[in-house]
Design a protein around this ligand. Structure first.
Ligand code: NI
Length: 181
């Protein structure tokens, strides 16, 4: 395993549409995913997409831990949280287009946070490393992180999803906004 170099905003790889993976169970994909997970953990990120480590393939890893999500129990909590997940060739369907705002950060946009509105309820599918189909519904932070990571596969960074760039701020200044919410 290895910690990979993360591309930063402005590098052309982040604006490139990534290619489908022909064999999700291939050993080189497993190697890539293991390195992505190690890189994400080292950088303390919630998600990472392959283009962020200079590999233009449709592969993302993410987790939606409980402490980042709404405090719910039972089935709804599963919607809001996700274990460490590998998704290859992911697809998203919007279940409820009603937008929900939230602060996002990105390992490719270090030091900043932005307020982004996205559909609050989605369904997604993709393949795991074993080649098996994963299908889930997601809300809250879980829905947000999946949409954010899949945007990377189409060459989009979260600032391009922002409606109000006055809410693109340094992490150290975000407290001014949180007080006002
Ligand atoms: Ni990102």
């Amino acid at each position: 395993m290895a910690i990979l170099k993360i591309a930063r905003m402005g590098h052309p790889i982040l604006a490139t549409k990534a290619a489908q993976v022909s064999d999700p169970a291939a050993p080189e994909i497993r190697r890539l995913v293991n390195d992505m997970i190690e890189t994400m953990a080292d950088a303390n990120g919630a998600g990472l997409a392959a283009p962020q480590v200079h590999v233009p393939l449709r592969v993302v890893v993410f987790q939606a831990p409980g402490e980042r999500s709404n405090d719910l129990s039972g089935e709804e909590a599963f919607d809001h949280t996700a274990p460490l997940t590998v998704l290859i060739n992911p697809e998203i369907a919007v279940m409820d287009p009603k937008p929900e705002g939230g602060w996002e950060g990105c390992l490719s946009v270090p030091g900043l946070r932005g307020w982004v509105e996205r559909p609050a309820h989605i369904r997604y599918r993709g393949f795991g490393l074993d080649g098996k189909l994963i299908e889930r519904t997601a809300r809250g932070f879980h829905a947000r992180v999946v949409q954010h990571e899949c945007d990377h596969l189409d060459g989009r960074l979260y600032p391009s999803r922002m409606a109000d760039l006055s809410k693109l701020v340094f992490e150290s200044e975000i407290r001014h906004f949180q007080a006002a919410q």
